[in-house]
Ligand binder design. Structure first.
Ligand code: F6R
Ligand code: MG
Ligand code: MG
Length: 365
């Protein structure tokens, strides 16, 4: 059976500030998707959240980028936004950047990660969802999961994975994409994907049969309503086991919190902290950035789960280390590399300040 797994997310109002999602919004989304399932539009769904981002996880048989599914997500966000406005939640409707839906939700504000596959005899998948960061946050973990034998021994000792994987990388500024064959092109890919704000891994395929293994919510950046859209709090779907990396190989990179962009005002680097669902409420300095991992078994299109995969004391040390890294990097205040480079900050006063100082800059001879 061919199944499509669609994860569509948006921040349509924070509670309190940008720290979390109000339970009422989850109820509204739940009601909307339940109705859609009863009507047969989707096979199954799960509604969740990370930080201030509302996550709609859906299964169906309509393929990726399907207008009816995108409309369902859009209408659900619009309905939840009405509730957010009633409660005067913070930034109600902030990710709905268009007044009208026009067939595809991409570029309208919400983020999407979707994949279609023939359901295997057993189909474990992990959905990562992050807040206070951007899609480049997945580059390092995806590299480790699918190309680093120190992380994924299956690359060395599992005959089904030994040929390696194909990485599809987007140049989000030039609107181009390129595929790399790993591990042969390791040194070429790393010069690009090490630049996590520019070259972002969109998808990973198994080399032997081109089977889809992972897909992220990365999309080309487009200017909408005066700001770049598509840089926001990302999601990632990864298929596990039987010729794909094991669940533990997929989770392992998150045991070493790496620095990602997006903390405080989308303008600071901070450690990506792996947390249990109930801990995904970034409050300290509006962070630090969080990631949750929801595990599902898909059975005839039904979502069996989720299992809260970072709810494991084995990630306690990662959380402690993330806190230590957070303390350290916070001590740098407004200096790079805690603060992002001038061109990458989501907030800036640079044009105003330069304008004000214009006449005071003297030429050097
Ligand atoms: C939101 C975020 C926050 C806000 C900050 C200022 O995802 O990262 O750090 O940028 O709280 O928010 P405003 O400008 O809405 O007061
Ligand atoms: Mg918000
Ligand atoms: Mg957010």
């Amino acid at each position: 059976m061919k199944v499509t797994l669609s994860v569509i997310k948006a921040d349509i109002g924070g509670y309190v500030g940008h720290s979390s999602v109000h339970p009422r919004l989850l109820e509204v989304a739940e009601d909307s998707l339940r109705k859609a399932r009863d009507k047969g539009i989707i096979l199954d769904y799960h509604v969740t959240r990370v930080g201030d981002d509302l996550q709609l996880i859906m299964t169906h048989t309509k393929g990726v980028e399907n207008g009816e599914i995108h409309r369902l997500a859009w209408d659900t966000f619009v309905e939840a936004t009405e509730e957010a406005k009633r409660l005067k939640l913070y930034g109600a409707g902030q990710d709905l950047l268009s007044d009208a839906f026009s067939g595809n939700i991409k570029g309208l504000g919400p983020g999407t990660a979707e994949m279609e596959f023939e359901e295997r005899p057993s189909e474990p998948v992990i959905i990562f969802m992050a807040d206070k960061t951007s899609p480049g946050a997945w580059n390092l973990p995806l590299y480790k999961i699918f190309a680093d034998p120190f992380n994924t021994p299956g690359l060395v000792i599992d005959p089904k994975m030994h040929d390696g994987f194909i990485f599809e990388v987007l140049d989000v500024y030039e609107h181009k994409r390129i595929k790399f064959s790993m591990p042969e092109e390791l040194y070429d890919i790393l010069i690009l994907i090490g630049a996590t704000e520019h070259y972002i891994i969109k998808a990973v395929y198994r080399k032997t049969d081109k089977e889809i293994a992972a897909v992220s919510s990365t999309q080309r950046l487009s200017m909408m309503a005066g700001r770049y859209v598509g840089k926001d709090d990302p999601v990632l779907i990864v298929r596990a086991q039987s010729g794909f990396p094991a669940v533990g190989e997929i989770l392992e990179p998150f045991a070493y919190p790496h620095l990602v962009a997006g903390w405080m005002r989308g303008s600071h680097f901070g450690p990506l902290m792996p947390v249990a669902f109930h801990e995904a409420n970034p409050s300290r300095f509006d962070g630090p950035p969080r990631v949750i991992a929801a595990g599902f078994q898909i059975a005839n299109g039904k979502l069996i789960g989720p299992r809260d995969l970072f709810d494991d004391p084995a990630f306690d040390e990662a959380k402690r280390n993330a806190n230590k890294i957070a303390d350290y990097i916070r001590s740098m205040g407004p200096f790079e590399p805690h603060r992002l480079g001038l061109k990458e900050m989501e907030y800036t006063t640079l044009p105003d300040v330069l304008k004000k100082l214009k006449d005071r800059f003297e030429e050097l001879h």
